[in-house]
Design a protein around this ligand. Structure first.
Ligand code: MG
Length: 340
């Protein structure tokens, strides 16, 4: 299960690398590319500070660990019987309102759709109905925090038999806490499907290439969605992803703002055009704009693929509240491990 550690630290390091230069356009990055951890900048924080992306990932992992610890382990247990979205949403609310899961005791860099979803929950809405369903609610705020569910699905599948509807449904439901539009759900579904390929490649030592893993993940998710009427009308937004040709697009055609599809495309592009963890996340940061989230999203997959040892150790050592991150990652791994 060391790929949980490599994936999650891959994400948090990406977030921390991108945070100081968030919002700044690409042409400025081209003149002054990020090559190392920096301090100050967008939120005036010391180097190694991480933001909402990492906070919500940690909040999700903590909620998933507690869900599993409280679950009643009978045979034929369904994935949705295990996941308690109320616990996860309580954690999100504790992040927003009380500063839990943050480096400095308060939430910052808060996305609009995420804040709205948590506010709806705080005002009595059910967790799975809290996320916005408007066309403008398709930011990358659920995609950036979705990776833990891929680990959960993969390792729990060793003890339980889950079908594809449950697995993809869990990704959709976890997105829906803050991002309930089908487009956001599909972006999360594709990313989780790709992540499952990466995790299996690591665990079974399959030694597949990045191209093969990403292609497998995209093809399987395309097949899945094409067979579901309820998602059909959204699928054309994913044409570039499904074309399997993202790698060859010029950098000018890769957007790096806060839209979920841009972030998914940018992640695939950065992965396929680089050959190690460090270059991959720096390429994401140096696309400019939503630097922390793009690097966080791609950093998770790059971390799993290249492994923990390939994440520069000085970047990890520099992370704020490092012991706290380790505690949550270890608790999550140990909880999944006791089941297997
Ligand atoms: Mg952020």
């Amino acid at each position: 299960m060391d790929c949980i550690k490599s994936g999650i630290f891959g994400q948090i390091v990406g977030d921390a690398l991108g945070l100081p230069v968030q919002f700044i356009p690409r042409d400025e990055r081209d003149l002054d590319p990020v090559t190392d951890m920096r301090g100050q900048g967008a939120f005036n924080k010391p180097a190694g500070s991480w933001s909402d992306d990492s906070s919500l990932i940690l909040a999700t992992m903590d909620g998933l660990s507690k869900s599993l610890q409280r679950a009643n382990h009978e045979e034929n247990l369904r994935l949705n019987d295990i996941i308690d979205y109320e616990i996860i949403m309580e954690n999100f609310s504790a992040w927003l309102n009380d500063g839990q899961f943050t480096p400095y005791g308060y939430a910052y860099d808060i996305g609009g759709a995420t804040m709205d979803g948590i506010d709806r929950y705080d005002n009595g809405c059910e967790p799975l109905k809290s996320g916005g369903i408007g066309e403008r609610d398709n930011g990358n705020g659920s995609l950036m925090r979705i990776l833990p569910i891929a680990f959960y699905i993969y390792y729990l599948s060793q003890g339980y038999l889950f079908d594809d509807v449950e697995k993809m449904g869990a990704a959709h439901d976890l997105s829906s806490l803050t991002h309930r539009h089908k487009r956001s759900q599909i972006a999360c579904g594709i990313y989780v499907r790709i992540a499952l390929e990466f995790i299996e490649n690591h665990e079974k030592e399959l030694n597949l290439t990045l191209e093969e893993l990403i292609e497998n993940g995209i093809k399987k998710s395309k097949e899945y969605y094409q067979n579901l009427n309820s998602f059909k009308e959204e699928l054309h937004h994913f044409d570039r992803v499904f074309s399997l040709d993202i790698q060859n697009l010029p950098r000018d055609e890769i957007k790096s703002g806060g839209y979920c599809i841009s972030s998914l495309e940018a992640s695939i592009w950065c992965l396929l055009n680089n050959e190690n963890y460090k270059d991959t996340v720096l390429a994401a940061v140096n696309l400019g704009y939503d630097t922390d989230t793009t690097a966080c999203i791609v950093g998770g997959l790059a971390g799993i693929y290249y492994g923990f040892e390939e994440i520069p150790s000085d970047w990890i050592e520099e992370l704020a509240k490092l012991d706290y991150i380790y505690d949550i990652v270890n608790e999550f791994s140990n909880t999944l491990n006791t089941l297997n």
